[in-house]
Design a protein around this ligand. Structure first.
Ligand SMILES: C[S@@+](CC[C@H](N)C(=O)[O-])C[C@H]1O[C@@H](n2cnc3c(N)ncnc32)[C@H](O)[C@@H]1O
Length: 161
């Protein structure tokens, strides 16, 4: 059974700077976390941070796909995905840094994730990794921003044994 939660909170271009979102993500991260699109907010979890923008506090400043495809360290227990949701947003909000091709990025994740690990995604979709990659949907949180602003969907999918 998929767990569902609903929150009301403002929208910010740096998603985790909004307290209810940061609290939710910190609560649900498990073990060692790869935060692929980290932004400026440090999370209270054991995170390896990556952001293409060199001004963000991060261990790596690589394109997300490049980091995943070159990763040869220990697999992570959680991969956190909060990419720019659209090219227009990349241009307006993130200094023109656009997300790597998303299908390729998703295909690389299982290699970097422990069996039983989770992928937490923020965006416009509730199923991201999908059954085809052996993931099952466990939890959805809908963050409602009010007025004409569309909601943000967060999902947690587990890499099945
Ligand atoms: C939606 S923001 C979210 C940031 C962070 N999760 C937060 O809540 O503050 C997207 C972030 O992805 C970064 N970014 C954009 N394209 C990227 C890429 N190809 N690889 C890695 N990071 C990228 C941007 O610099 C920006 O900080």
């Amino acid at each position: 059974m998929v767990q569902f939660e609903h929150y009301r909170c403002p929208l910010h271009r740096y998603t985790f700077s909004v307290k209810p979102v940061r609290k939710w993500v910190e609560k649900h991260c498990e073990g060692r976390v790869l935060n692929l699109f980290a932004g400026p907010t440090l999370l209270g979890v054991d995170e390896v941070r990556n952001d293409l923008d060199p001004e963000m506090a991060a261990h790596y400043h690589l394109d997300a796909l490049k980091l995943l495809s070159n990763w040869s360290g220990e697999p992570f227990n959680t991969v956190l995905l909060d990419p720019p949701y659209a090219i227009r947003k990349s241009m307006e909000l993130y200094k023109g840094n656009i997300c790597s091709p998303f299908r390729q990025l998703k295909d690389e994740i299982p290699r970097c994730l422990s069996l039983g690990g989770i992928v937490i995604t923020f965006g416009y979709h509730s199923i991201v990794m999908g059954a085809g990659r052996k993931f099952s949907l466990e939890r959805i949180a809908l963050f409602s921003h009010g007025g004409a602003i569309h909601d943000t969907i967060a999902s947690i999918e587990r890499f099945n044994l």
